[in-house]
Design a protein around this ligand. Structure first.
Ligand SMILES: Nc1nc2c(ncn2[C@@H]2O[C@H](COP(=O)(O)OP(=O)(O)OP(=O)(O)O)[C@@H](O)[C@H]2O)c(=O)[nH]1
Ligand SMILES: *[C@@H]1O[C@H](CO)[C@@H](O)[C@H](O)[C@H]1NC(C)=O
Ligand SMILES: [Mg+2]
Length: 470
């Protein structure tokens, strides 16, 4: 009897142990699945930063400073531009504002509260701006904007890209039938093409192969320097840093895709990323919105990048501007690019750039902006510097620094009405009942622990256009 009880106890102990081990395995799997190594690297850095009191500044002071000091410079003179450029490699904000004692946690919590508050209001559609919808004038044929969807994608991502397209079609394009361009560094398989064509019977669909010389690492890259750079990035835990194709992809989305022969005939593009989610109906024509309101760039999410990946992007850019001061826009979002309050160590490690960027896996933009001399000669300068390979310059920070310096900030638009998810981040608006599929609570940015990576609130405070009302 005693022996039997003993056995029973051992059995149940074993069961408890098995249950705990299973649970740990499960949690590990989920965490690994949803975590990009990059974020943990950044979080790792924050752990040291969280200790102790830091001097920070309140956000209302921030917005006050910028609206008064710089927005008034409507003069387009070279002098005004030189004055701005002169500031770009000087230490930002800390010297310019009076300090407020706040822990980093308090500061981030305040920021995040500000972000969440933006989402408590019911979001409809942009107000005070031109909106066009199909069916507005039923007696006239609807004229599409000069625009296309574009997806750089691998054959192996067929299922994930079908998932994205299905959502784009059902929330938007089944009313408009805008065309699609698919680009690949390899030939698209017959299966890929067949499946996509079947999915899009009403849109013009084109498949393009990227020329080797446009995709591959250019010959000016010093291989020893590249190897050294990649090693440093790996040591810093920067995601995908040892993956050559990832560097190629970032470079191609930065300065290549809009030159592809299939893209030449279009002005606006909407990037289609495999495996993302579009939750809500989009009832107006986003492409026409861009055109009719003179928008250059539209986004949904803004976040910080891994500073090691863009260590020299800012100094290289400032160097370019010193040689070509005419390209900076006097009403540009330069102050936002130099924000150094929320993640000051990013700003330091990226030598003057906050690393805040529009997340480019969703973007709608004007390719003629990229094709103009400001962006395109800057891109040549970046190519010479080689940071796409010596570091891991992403197309997102490159687009953001480009539009953030060469465009008028009022021509950059946050599409807050678009419900969107690319792991692990959301744009989750509060919309009328029935307009969205099941989605996390309004104002959700990410699962726990990543709030400090959100910099959209800084965009709203420091750069968002006056007419950007919903
Ligand atoms: N044809 C092709 N497309 C690529 C290649 N690498 C990336 N892409 C595409 O470029 C886009 C971005 O690549 P992702 O791997 O999603 O990069 P990411 O969004 O930074 O990383 P994740 O967080 O893993 O999604 C996707 O549309 C990919 O399909 C490549 O080597 N060849
Ligand atoms: C569309 O835009 C492209 C790029 O600006 C231009 O070359 C093309 O002529 C335009 N097409 C139409 C129909 O306006
Ligand atoms: Mg992706």
């Amino acid at each position: 009897m005693f022996q039997f009880l003993h056995l029973l106890r051992r059995r149940s102990q074993q069961r408890v142990i098995v249950a705990i081990v299973t649970l740990i395995l499960f949690i590990t799997l989920i965490t690994v699945h949803y975590r990009n190594p990059e974020y943990s690297e950044i979080l790792g850095d924050h752990v040291t930063y969280y200790h102790g009191k830091v001097k920070e500044y309140t956000s209302d002071k921030l917005s006050g400073l910028y609206s008064s000091a710089f927005d008034s410079s409507s003069s387009n003179s070279l002098e005004a531009k030189l004055e701005i450029i002169d500031m770009l490699d000087k230490p930002a904000l800390k010297q310019e504002l009076s300090p407020v004692e706040q822990t980093r946690e308090e500061f981030i919590a305040e920021r995040h509260q500000g972000y969440s508050n933006l989402f408590t209001k019911m979001i409809t559609e942009p107000k005070g701006l031109q909106l066009t919808k199909i069916g507005d004038s039923p007696d006239q044929p609807y004229e599409l904007a000069n625009a296309t969807f574009v997806s750089l994608v691998r054959n192996s991502e067929l299922r994930a890209v079908i998932s994205t397209i299905t959502q784009i079609e059902s929330t938007f394009n089944n009313k408009y039938h805008y065309p699609y361009v698919f680009l690949n560094d390899e030939t698209f398989s017959d299966q890929f093409k067949e499946k996509i064509l079947k999915l899009l019977p009403n849109s013009k669909v084109e498949f393009g192969v990227i020329n080797r010389e446009d995709w591959n690492k250019p010959s000016n890259i010093d291989l020893a320097k590249e190897e050294e750079g990649v090693k440093a990035l790996e040591d810093a835990g920067v995601g995908y840093s040892a993956m050559l194709s990832y560097h190629n992809m970032c470079r191609y989305y930065s300065g290549g895709f809009y030159k592809h022969e299939l893209m030449q005939k279009y002005r606006y593009y909407w990037r289609v990323e495999p495996g993302v989610k579009y939750f809500c109906d989009i009832e107006y024509d986003l492409f026409k919105f861009m055109h009719d309101n003179n928008k250059v760039y539209g986004f949904v999410i803004a976040l910080y990048d891994s500073p090691e990946s863009v260590k020299s992007l800012w100094p290289t850019t400032v160097e370019f501007l010193k040689q070509n001061p005419e390209y900076i826009h006097v009403n540009s979002a330069h102050a936002w690019l130099r924000e150094n309050l929320q993640n000051p160590s990013n700003y330091e490690r990226a030598h003057g750039y906050s690393t805040c960027h529009f997340w480019s896996n969703f973007e709608i933009a004007d390719m003629d902006f990229y094709r103009q001399p400001a962006y395109s000669s800057w891109m040549e300068h970046l190519e010479k510097a080689g940071g796409f390979y010596y570091e891991r310059w992403g197309d997102a920070p490159v687009h953001s620094v480009g539009v953030g310096l060469f465009a008028d900030k009022k021509d950059i638009h946050w599409f807050r009405d678009i419900g969107y998810f690319h792991p692990p981040y959301y744009n989750a608006p509060l919309r009328e009942k029935g307009k969205c599929l099941k989605m996390p609570a309004p104002g959700t940015f990410a699962g726990g622990g990543l709030k400090d990576q959100d910099c959209l609130y800084n965009w709203v405070n420091m750069a968002m256009g006056e007419d950007d009302h919903y």
